[in-house]
Design a binder for this molecule. Sequence first.
Ligand code: DAH
Length: 345
Amino acid sequence: MPSEQVWSKLQELLDDGLKSIGSAADENALVALQKRFFGKKGEVQAYMQHMKELTPDERPKLGALVNQVRDKLEARFVEAQKHLEEAKMLADLKHRRVDLSLPGRLPMRGAEHPLQKTQREIEDIFLSMGFEIARGPQSEWDYFNFEALNFPEDHPARDMQDTLMLENGSLLRTHTSPVQVRTMLCYEPPIRIIAPGTVYRRDDDVTHSPVFHQIEGLHIEKGLNLTHLRGILQLFAQSLFGKNTKIRLRPSFFPFTEPSVEVDIACIFCGQKGCRLCKQTGWIEILGAGMVDPNVLREGHIDPEVWSGWAFGVGIERVAMLLHGISDIRLFFESDLRFLGQFRR
Ligand code: DAH
């Protein structure tokens, strides 16, 4: 082929290529055109075959021209690709209407369970006063749950009606007080512990659950008396219910303390004017406490002539119900997210 013809064919190829690439209808058509023009066996490369038909001084010109044609076609190719993508996006947007007034989708967020939260708050108060956390088993021996705590053989709390017995002769602990004696047997005094944990009783109504939680407190040191107990519990009540919270001690009875008291806080709902929640008395009972009975210290191998101690036991559900104004204990155990979600921090 004479050189003039080669040049004009090349020009034709360029014109044709620019036109077909520019008017490619879709992605597939573009891919086909890419193969047709740019592949190793593509039409552009094919022009190099004419090299041998040219004179030596024309040859470099062919190389340069073929490169130019390829560059121009490639540029058009990139342009066409961009065009197609834009058109596709626009068409897409037309079909998919976006409603900007819809509420966003929030990720699910967990919340600390109100009992866990209350337990942690009580723990923090006592940890800050130098108490440590102790634990004991939930299946307990009669000895630790009753006998070592000075319960007489025929005490009503031992009644099967309250206590859930296990087949191996042990029982589900009815309070966290057994951790007192277990701790005394493991550690030398002075002792300052709190013992949070699950306890069980055959009891079931709006304020009682067969499974509930307590925190036991035990302080053993030389020369302790009821005023130490009162001071710490005052601080405890104020940290939990507000710094103006008043407490009072009422005489009571527990087998493992002598003297025993019940501790009330001034009603946080009515400011002591008298309401349904404080039964018009202005006071709400929050826990039991007392000076550790010498018999209990002896069971823990601690000499009551040298050491004295005070103890208390508080119900976590009861405190949480007071703190958050909850009237039905069963809400804690129903796993209803509408209830639990309210305790998100
Ligand atoms: N264990 C008692 C109960 O479950 C609560 C209690 C009262 C614990 C007085 C004590 C205490 O440590 O001193 O009802």
